[in-house]
Ligand binder design. Structure first.
Ligand code: MN
Length: 726
């Protein structure tokens, strides 16, 4: 007979609801925890949450609290501590019920209340890829809650369940949540080493964003399962016998890779499903690290390893803590197979990253932060107030799927970098100051260009100079977020400094010329009338051409406007001339720069520099026809980059051909003027009623030129427009 009182006070009768017992079963106890205490506390939380969410329903029609239990269960399976699991159970109470932070604090303590509070804050932000501002909010919030990594881990459990049940959502919301998961949660999970979460989320996102592709892979995986298992078992047998000879009893299993990673490979390598050999990997799980190496030796003894596919992440773990040995072998029938060898502990770290063994560690997150170098770096970058949301999104996305390489300082210190890294990345990785003053580099004792790609095992020596400053050109080749971010910051700072100085100069000079020097202060202090927070940002705006002195007069001294020189041109020319160098050479300053007469490059064109004897560097378009003549002296070619700030106008020759009619030239030149572009010369000839005009126009860059050429092409009776000197 069921006891009716048992339902009310199940702790005395041991008749808990089934889902509570399940959760209790999943919990692992910390070293100084007693099962009964945990049970009592967990029941209190269960009951509290259940009561608060009473009557609320999920879109699926299930009681809302079932979601909270699912989140708590996930956290329990990740071996999180009891407080975190309870926070999972109550994660939506502040947001969706009448409970207050004080209620939580009084009932379950400070730590729990602050975890739930952190989650609530995180929830207030909705990320939308269209709105950078929201990404910015997300970034700030992440920073504030990252004091305790557990908030993010709970958020992952929450997101995982929401993604699993996403089919009940309306289409638009589904899409938004999937994109947010793809852009923020998946990169974060990767960086925190939570690869099981990452691949689960990836497949769920894949299913929402590309249901057809998902179904295709799913069906194919299913239908090829038998065959794959047979192959894996064939590979396993001899390995097992050998390992048993050495008294090692491994756990071995084949594991299909995630649908999204298989699909990604099909796309990126342009292969069909059947052509991808690494659909699954074989894992060998042993007890001790040294057994990993023994197992590796035995595996290589049985099967031929594929050269260059061997990686030892035990000796040198990935930055997110991942440890394992990877090797690819040629199995029966010549089929290749990736084998991953690791210990049980490494396995757990690989699957749930920072969350692994949490319950056995000190629950204070600061200890764990030390192991998550990337997260520390991200936080450092975020703390810098000048980081903008767009950069932050880049930081999250960057090196997500990059492999890591290992290089050494001359003193033998190991530096880990994403593959494709250059000496500049290396320098910034060693220390920000080393990066800032990086002048040159030697790899394995040989001087190399700064854009050289570092290879595994290289010894990299950075040559520094106090006078050296980061160059814009570096942005073209650096791959680490740290280097990119520091360079951006430096350039922005320099640019701001220069604009402020120029802005002040422009303002003061204009006022002096108008004999209004006594009003300078009034103008300088009027920044709030133009919507600027302080004097510096207003001067910055003047210096970068956003705010004109004319506009200031219109507002502050409308009567004195006539005194202004008729054309602002004098001021504008100043701005243009301010940026002296149109091209930036990697690390080389004060060099004479000419433009190739043959191809007349303009900003935006792909360019390359050729070091001439005694006449500095001549810049050509990369596609310039005269370059092949020079290329036998390819050691004199240097990479150059347009200085994006250059605003000077460049002459470009255009050839326009079309059927002649009255007003042909007028139409062409009107079209050009409409684009606000100057024509500096025209030469027209008509032959057999075909008009051929050679024009020289002045444009800032090739974007503007291309737009102009499109516009001219659209005019009637124009046959074609061509840029001359290609
Ligand atoms: Mn939730």
């Amino acid at each position: 007979m069921e006891n009716p009182i048992a339902k009310l006070v199940p702790q005395y009768f041991g008749e808990y609801p089934k889902n509570f017992l399940q959760l209790l079963n999943n919990i692992s106890l910390g070293p100084d925890q007693n099962k009964k205490d945990v049970e009592t506390l967990l029941w209190q939380a269960y009951e509290f949450g259940n009561r608060l969410h009473d009557g609320q329903k999920r879109l699926s029609g299930k009681p809302y609290f079932s979601h909270c239990i699912a989140v708590a269960n996930t956290l329990a399976k990740w071996n999180m501590d009891t407080t975190t699991i309870i926070a999972g159970l109550l994660h939506d109470t502040l947001e969706d019920t009448d409970a207050t932070r004080d209620d939580l604090m009084n009932k379950f303590g400070d730590e729990l209340a602050s975890l739930v509070n952190g989650l609530t804050k995180l929830k207030e932000i909705q990320y939308s890829s269209r709105k950078e501002k929201q990404a910015g909010n997300f970034m700030k919030m992440l920073l504030s809650v990252a004091q305790d990594l557990r908030v993010i881990i709970i958020k992952f459990a929450d997101r995982l369940h929401n993604m699993e049940t996403i089919n009940y959502m309306p289409q638009i919301k589904k899409h938004r949540i999937a994109i947010e998961t793809r852009d923020i949660y998946i990169p974060l999970a990767h960086r925190m080493g939570m690869s099981a979460v990452k691949s689960q989320l990836e497949d769920l996102v894949f299913n929402v964003l590309n249901p057809t592709g998902y179904k295709e892979i799913k069906t194919k995986i299913k239908s090829s399962k038998k065959q794959r298992l047979k192959f894996i078992n064939e590979v396993i047998k001899p390995i097992e016998i050998e390992l048993n000879n050495y008294a090692i009893l491994p756990k071995m299993y084949g594991r299909a890779k995630s649908y999204s990673s298989i699909y990604g490979k099909m796309i990126s390598r342009n292969k069909t499903f059947n052509e991808i050999y690494d659909l699954s990997a074989l894992r060998i799980i042993v007890d001790k690290p040294e057994q990993c190496y023994l197992a590796l030796g035995l595996v290589h003894n049985i099967y031929m390893p594929v050269q260059d596919r061997f990686k030892d992440f035990i000796a040198t773990p990935k930055t997110n803590g991942y440890q394992s040995i990877h090797t690819t072998i040629i199995g029966p029938g010549g089929q290749m197979l990736e084998i991953q060898i690791r210990t049980k502990e490494m396995e757990e770290t690989a699957e749930i990253g920072v969350a692994a063994h949490w319950v056995y560690k000190n629950s204070k997150s600061s200890d764990i932060d030390k192991n998550v170098k990337w997260l520390r770096e991200l936080l450092e970058i975020l703390k810098n107030e000048s980081t903008n949301p767009k950069e932050f999104m880049e930081l999250l996305k960057i090196d997500l799927y990059n492999e890591e390489i290992f290089a050494f300082t001359p003193l033998g210190d190991l530096i880990q970098l994403p593959s494709g890294s250059t000496p500049v990345d290396f320098a910034f990785q060693v220390h920000t100051q080393v990066g800032m003053q990086c002048m040159g580099a030697k790899i394995n004792h040989l001087v190399v260009p700064l854009n050289t790609k570092i290879k595994n095992g290289d010894v990299v020596e950075i040559i520094i100079s106090k006078k050296q400053k980061p160059s814009i050109g570096w942005q073209k080749f650096v791959v680490t977020s740290k280097a990119r971010n520091e360079i951006n910051r430096f350039i922005r700072k320099e640019h701001d400094k220069a604009s402020i100085k120029l802005g002040e100069e422009l303002l003061i000079k204009t006022m002096r010329r108008m004999k209004l020097a006594d009003a300078i202060k009034e103008f300088q202090d009027g920044y709030n009338k133009f919507g600027y927070a302080d004097k510096k940002s207003m001067l910055n705006a003047i210096g970068s051409g956003i705010l004109t002195v004319r506009e200031m007069f219109a507002k502050l001294r409308p009567k004195d406007q006539e005194l202004l020189p008729n054309e602002d041109n004098t001021l504008k020319t100043k701005i243009y001339n301010f940026n002296r160098g149109e091209v930036v050479l990697d690390g080389i300053e004060n060099l004479l720069v000419n433009f190739g007469k043959c191809c007349k490059p303009i900003p935006g064109d792909d360019v390359i520099g050729f070091v001439t004897r005694g006449r500095g560097v001549t810049v050509h378009q990369s596609s310039c026809k005269s370059l092949p003549l020079l290329s036998h002296e390819s050691d004199r070619l240097v990479p150059v980059h347009w200085n994006v700030k250059a605003s000077e106008k460049f002459n470009v020759g255009l050839k326009v051909i079309g059927l002649d009619y009255k007003g042909w030239l007028k139409d062409v030149s009107e079209c050009i003027s409409k684009e606000n572009i100057n024509i500096s010369s025209v030469d027209i000839a008509v032959k057999d009623s075909i008009a051929e005009a050679h024009l020289i126009v002045q444009v800032k860059n090739n974007r503007i030129l291309n737009r102009l050429m499109r516009k001219i092409t659209k005019l009637k009776n124009i046959d074609y427009v061509e840029r001359e000197g290609r």
